[in-house]
Design a protein around this ligand. Sequence first.
Ligand SMILES: *Cc1c(COP(=O)(O)O)cnc(C)c1O
Length: 396
Amino acid sequence: MYTNFKEFLTGELSAIKEAGLFKGERIIVSPQGAEITLNTGQTVLNFCANNYLGLSANKKLVEAAKNALDTHGYGMSSVRFICGTGDLHKELERKLADFFGTEDTILYAACFDANGGVFEPLLSEQDAIISDSLNHASIIDGVRLCKAQRYRYANADMNDLEEKLKEAQAQRFRLIVTDGVFSMDGNVAPLGKIYELAGKYNAMVMVDESHSAGVVGDTGRGVTELYNLKGKIEIITGTLGKAFGGAIGGFTTGKKEIIEMLRQRSRPYLFSNSIPPLVAAAGIRMVEMMTETNELQDKLHFNTKYFMEKMMKAGFDIKPTQSAICAVMLYDAKLSQEMAAKLLNEGIYVTGFYYPVVPKDQARIRVQLSAAHETEHLDKAIAAFTKVGKELGVLK
Ligand SMILES: *Cc1c(COP(=O)(O)O)cnc(C)c1O
């Protein structure tokens, strides 16, 4: 039975390889951090993790997780509504709501699930979802599962959003949905203007803060903090898998009736296991740390500014950003791969992106800054970029 299908898959896989689009994986044998060791024995500086606050191997989080293993065991063996709700889950939900200034929170196994399960229970054929064209794959999939009318506006294009809002007046309820930070350019959604248009055209707003929570805003409360909109946005989704410790887990936080309805009807919540207590415990510790001190947020902001300024001074073409994502523009796919490979030889781990991940002729290297980086790490990366940039003719 498998013979024909095997042949088909082998052909497809070779086509992916021939197109140069095959995704290989490097194997890390150390904890995630500023410095990581690969299974080749090479130790490199890591500039491509979502470890924005450097919490992936944070001692306090590891300790909180270890303690929870002793007090609460390993797994819940249940979905939330049968017998998978622990005191730690409830406490983390409360703490996340306090952190974002929202009314209530619902946890998921991942933000992919939070986005996959947010639209279908809330909206129907009579309603409209108006979505940014560069929104994350999980939002796109979530919208597909919902019967609401779909509108798509060009990335962060407020004239286009306004046009779509006018068209969507035919529907009963309208929900505008946007990523907080778009991960390829590092640009922040113009939430102030989005909120204003939502008011003008009677729409609700949903922001996915996955790349912005812990990163954007003076205290890391995300894009809603940057635009002074804390508590005003109906729905926020986010992940525990990036700045917030980097393990696993996602959440939706916002208006309490919305969260209550999701607990009743959201399929990834109803039909998928609850996160392990140790992840909830570390999450609680994480929110506490971010509330007690602004040290990590401040360090990340310092590092980002430092790196961006020095890279521009060195002559690189850098996309403006308000996040911790720094896109070093190269415009040539092959060059982006060559440069990333040469940088790895210099001990700098970064990723080159090109079409179809980014638009044609917009190839780049994406650098992600972290509070785990020390100034000497940044200096080393800038020096390596400059050396390799000169070798490849990117810098004169
Ligand atoms: C990473 C990411 C997700 C997925 O988060 P997981 O918790 O890893 O599933 C969802 N939305 C956005 C915008 C992301 O960047």
